[in-house]
Design a protein around this ligand. Sequence first.
Ligand code: 0PR
Length: 383
Amino acid sequence: MFPGQGASEEDVLRELEEKTAEDLTFDSGRILGSMCTYPHPFAVKVVQRYIDRNLGDPGLHVGSQKIEKEAVDMLANLLGLEKGYGHIVSGGTEANILAVRAFRNLSDVEKPELILPESAHFSFIKAGEMLGVKLIWAKLRKDYSVDVRDVESKITDNTIGIVGIAGTTGLGVVDDIPALSDLALDYGLPLHVDAAFGGFVIPFAKALGYDIPDFDFRLKGVKSITIDPHKMGMVPIPAGGIIFREKKYIDAISVLAPYLAGGKIWQATITGTRPGASALAVWAMIKHLGFEGYKEVVKRAMELSRWFAGELKKIPSVYLIREPVLNIVSFGAEELERVEEELKRRGWGISAHRGYIRVVVMPHVRREHLEEFLRDLREIVAG
Ligand code: 0PR
């Protein structure tokens, strides 16, 4: 019910505390199945300070708009481009929708089709539905990466583009993006890479010597990339990123907003009013941590993932779905449903996929949390 009289801040806060007491929190170490994490305190500070900035009317907040452009350029740079075109958006879902929208608008196909791996995130289902684009699902190989030959066999005159994934939602698998890029070039189709999760992992993991396929704009067929700062970038929600290789993709999705207080603009994002603070926090975190800082974050997460995978293998009746590629470790077990239920009952925030449990080793996850988890898991599988 909408209250008649207001209550004091103290009373309201107390009620919030009570009501959120049942939330799991990242700092408890119990959340093992999420791609989000406790944001970096510096990013929180930046969001707080610039909470009023609205990039939906950039003429009012000219400085913030410039900072967003710089943030986009820094992300583009991380992904192998000198200059990129794009936005800091609400998340990977919006980023993927914008990419599909650009591909559709630039094609003159009547019945547009998009080819994507069976492992693609459900945001593409929303994109397909909203944009009237038919999704053509390509099979996976035994290693859970997309079967590039199956992708090729599905190309028709109606194909508007191809999607590859750099860090799948369930297993963290990186598709053979170099092969997809060659294919896209051969057929004159644009390739979108969903690196919502992997974007803030792969460049650093590669620098650390991990053997991971190339995935970014260095491959000429790649025309757009989703990269989310609110996942491994440690920026508060909402902060996604969409980067295009060329301006024509942004132009293809821009609509005119003629009457804004700050003057008329062309707007490409799905959301109109949108948080400038998020873009500023992305910029600030990249400046603050730099390549070396993020590399440290990723080093820890990758090493912990490998250790955790090794420990899982020692548990009878527990098996890895595949060796981890990034900092995502997914495993199956006998009587999986019972194991899942019991883990949840013991307060673990795990992510139960069809056929396996996913653990994402985010920055808030520490070795002692995983040790405790393993103790519980051992007990549960022992019955
Ligand atoms: N692309 C990929 C590869 C993703 O994994 C995700 C999100 C998206 C796009 C969409 O991103 P947004 O959710 O930012 O729009 N994958 C996570 C998942 O499904 C989202 C998530 C995050 C779910 C935290 C739960 C959670 O606690 O696992």
